[in-house]
Design a protein around this ligand. Structure first.
Ligand code: NOJ
Length: 762
């Protein structure tokens, strides 16, 4: 049945083409060849399109249907009743619809496009499938803590399977913005502060979404976003100005995009922000020079929601027409939601302010990826009702969510080995606003997950206990507001218990888009609860709920144990229980630095030394330090404990010096000196001691996640490729400079086992 509809669509599409291609009848091998030949097909189709239809292929709109079980993820802007949108689709004014889902709904839209528009060009259905579809995986920042790109590839693959089963073939993900400032709410959506970690996760996610064959019914087009440097917003304020050097842009913010494109990503989303005075959505340096001239990107660039229209608010365009011509001429191929391209491009061509050839180039890119998705072959290929009913939420995907969840949890502290807990513990108190709730498990960017299908902490922990009655659950406080009598009730519960699990942190409404915070501490009522519980004298294990690093100095000093549990998605309760009771030995590491105070932000490990570096143990005044708080992080990038302990010895370099075309072997012995099997993320950092531009105090060059049984040792080997030691020099060319380098290997960015080598000039 699906195939029959597909063939029908081919007929509709090809029939008018015959005049151009001189093919005599449908089904001829020449026609099939033409279908296979992307360029011929696209040229033929383009040749038949009116200017209005071309512009329509560059215009994307949000779904008209209130299908979402979630707060709006975008401002309400020009919503249209379904019938009006159908008329636009019939008129060839719509390239695709986003954030609608479900086979029935999307099929109806596709039928209108394919059967009722003049050329029958299929729609593309996009969505923000950021970390899972109906089955929700850990927020991307959490998943990055696993330091397992292969895990991200698997969850992205599973997300693509579910989303495509609901008719979606284009994903507005992965977000690959490096975020060095924890105040920025969208830190939650990326892989944190490090460029290598971001690049590896970007590639993995693109591979997962797009699979081996983009035209398969269970793969979807990936869109690395937001191009570029959206995470460098001044003061961590979402949408704010970005003012950074071209060097910082190239060195720290662009590589994850390059990695995503090299992995085959076919679309890119432009960012809301300006960089150095030019909004990214209309910046030819980004959209033409970098993307096309330097990187040879053959996909299309879509704006962010209204970001073309916002050129006016930026003070970059005088009016809507101006914004339209600036964006298109700068290389923005597709407009999301504003309708600007439909409203103004035809006139602008007539006025000579935009060349039709530039529009043709953009349309070609869009049609290319519709073609590669197989939409011209069968526009209904993503609409299999049976698949939708059986695949979504199927057991292997749910199991993956649990495994991904526990692999993302970071153990920050475990005084006296209070964790893991015994499952036959007599009395366990679970206290806090996140103890038993389903509203803050999935995270701010899961618009298709259902809260009532996610496992909360109380249920997950209770189901792991030998005797479910041993768990007492008390809220004690709201997230931001105290509860009358809440603390008394919490203390009463704690006094009956052997151990307190304290579930505190930020709600999912406190991170994500437009959720910047100037103060990234835990809200006061929760801290009052924590302090009161401390006075009860019972050991406290913090289950931190967060979408970004938080400043938690009091907890760091006073809690017995701290687990960073983020927003872990559908299986959160089980994943946390697996770690709390030791069914899984925590192995994750922080992908972003935890500050001691909000005012330290942005704080990141790969900072510059400065001329007056702080030496914490010395009380020198004239140093790069604060007078009212430490300049050091609370927990550094790469940090995370295990229930076992690892020892690093015998760091060896294969040579004391190497030539520029040689790689350097580095080995270290890792020993599990504890009493249970565990996984360790072995990290290798390099410092370039002297450069023609100053270099960071260290940079992550490689890592490996290794599992070791107790008492066992293993030699871990790395190869340092000198090319990776390069940087953007004073003349803005990539250079690798000879000189002395220092290598550090260990379990965090503060690893102190080091050795030096020299990179020779020849
Ligand atoms: C705005 C966000 O910045 C972007 O990431 C998202 O894809 C679009 N809205 C569409 O929902």
């Amino acid at each position: 049945m699906m195939k029959a509809q597909g063939s029908n669509a081919i007929k509709l599409l090809l029939a008018p083409l015959f005049a151009v291609t001189a093919f005599s009848f449908i089904g001829s091998s020449a026609a099939e060849d033409a279908m296979k030949n992307e360029d011929t097909f696209i040229d033929n189709l383009l040749g038949r399109m009116t200017l209005e239809e071309k512009v329509g292929q560059l215009s994307l709109y949000a779904t008209s249907f209130e299908a979402l079980n979630h707060d709006p993820v975008n401002p309400v802007f020009k919503p249209k009743p379904a019938e009006e949108r159908f008329d636009e689709i019939r008129a060839g004014k719509v390239t695709g619809i986003f954030n609608g889902f479900g086979v029935d709904l999307l099929r109806r839209n596709q039928e209108v496009a394919v059967n009722e528009s003049r050329l029958g060009i299929p729609l593309i259905f996009g969505a923000d499938v950021i970390h899972g579809f109906r089955t929700v995986f850990p927020v991307p920042l959490a998943e990055a803590a696993s330091f397992e790109p292969s895990l991200a590839e698997r969850t992205a693959r599973a997300a693509a399977q579910e989303a495509t089963a609901a008719g979606i073939s284009w994903n507005f993900a992965p977000m690959v913005d490096v975020s060095r400032d924890a105040r920025w709410g969208r830190s939650v959506e990326g892989a944190g502060e490090d460029v290598l970690l971001n690049s590896l996760f970007a590639s993995a996610r693109v591979r997962g979404f797009q699979g081996a064959d983009l035209s398969s019914f269970d793969t979807m087009l990936a869109t690395p976003k937001h191009f570029a440097a959206y995470g460098a917003a001044i003061a961590g304020l979402d949408y704010n100005t970005v003012d950074i050097s071209e060097r910082t842009l190239r060195q720290h913010y662009l590589p994850p995009f390059k990695a995503a494109i090299d992995s085959g990503a076919g679309a890119i989303m432009s960012a809301f922000n300006e960089i150095n005075g030019v909004p990214a959505t209309a910046d030819p340096f980004l959209l033409k020079q970098i993307l096309r001239d330097e990187w040879d990107f053959d996909g299309f660039v879509v704006s962010d929601f209204n970001s073309d229209l916002e050129l006016v608010a930026h003070g970059f365009a005088a009016d809507e027409e101006d914004a339209t011509s600036l964006a298109l001429n700068a290389g923005l191929d597709m407009s999301m939601q504003s309708g600007l391209y439909n409203d103004h491009l035809v006139d602008l061509v007539r006025q000579g302010r935009v060349q039709e050839s530039q529009i043709d180039t953009a349309v070609r890119r869009v049609l290319r990826y519709k073609f590669r998705l197989g939409l011209f072959d069968d526009p209904f290929r993503y609409f299999d009702k049976k698949r939708e009913e059986t695949l979504i939420g199927s057991q292997p995907i749910v199991d993956l969510a649990r495994d991904a969840g526990r692999r993302s949890i970071v153990l920050l502290k475990n005084q006296g080995n209070v964790l893991p807990l015994a499952k036959d513990i007599k009395r366990l108190a679970l206290i806090g606003p996140f103890a038993r709730e389903n509203e803050h498990l999935n995270g701010p960017w899961s618009i298709f997950g259902r809260n009532d299908e996610s496992v909360n902490l109380a249920d997950g922990i209770r189901s792991a206990l030998m005797s479910p009655d041993s768990l007492i659950v008390v809220k004690g406080s709201g997230i931001e507001k105290a509860i009358d009598g809440g603390i008394d009730e919490a203390i009463a519960a704690a006094s009956q218990a052997d151990i307190v699990l304290l579930a505190v942190g930020e709600g999912q409404h406190m991170s994500g888009e437009a959720k910047s915070r100037a103060d990234i501490t835990i809200p006061k009522p929760q801290m009052e609860l924590a302090k009161a519980l401390k006075a009860s004298g019972k050991p406290i294990v913090v289950l931190l709920r967060n979408g970004r690093p938080l400043a938690i100095p009091w907890l760091a000093d006073n809690a017995d144990a701290i687990l960073v549990t983020w927003f872990l998605g559908s299986q959160m309760g089980h994943a946390v229980a697996d770690v709390v009771f030791g069914d899984y030995n925590p192995s994750a590491k922080l992908p972003m630095t935890f500050p001691t105070a909000s005012g330290q932000c942005p704080i990141y490990y790969n900072r510059k030394n400065t001329g007056r570096p702080d030496v914490p143990e010395r009380a020198d005044r004239f140093k790069a330090r604060y007078i009212d708080t430490s300049s050091q992080p609370q927990y550094p990038f790469g940090y995370g404990l295990s229930y076992t302990q690892f020892n690093y010895t015998d760091l060896r370099l294969d040579a004391a010096d190497i030539a520029h075309d040689q790689s350097l072997g580095v080995s270290v012995t890792l020993t599990n000196i504890g009493d249970r099997t565990g996984e360790e993320v072995v990290q290798l950092y390099v410092r370039d001691l002297v450069g023609s531009v100053t270099r960071p105090i260290r940079e992550l060059q490689a890592f490996q996640k290794v599992s070791l049984a107790p008492g066992k040792s293993r030699t871990i080997r790395f190869d340092i490729d000198p090319h990776a030691l390069g940087f953007w020099g004073p003349d803005m060319t990539w250079r690798v400079e000879p000189g002395r380098f220092e290598v550090f290997v260990g379990g965090s960015s503060e690893a102190d086992l080091g050795a030096q080598f020299v990179l020779r000039g020849e």
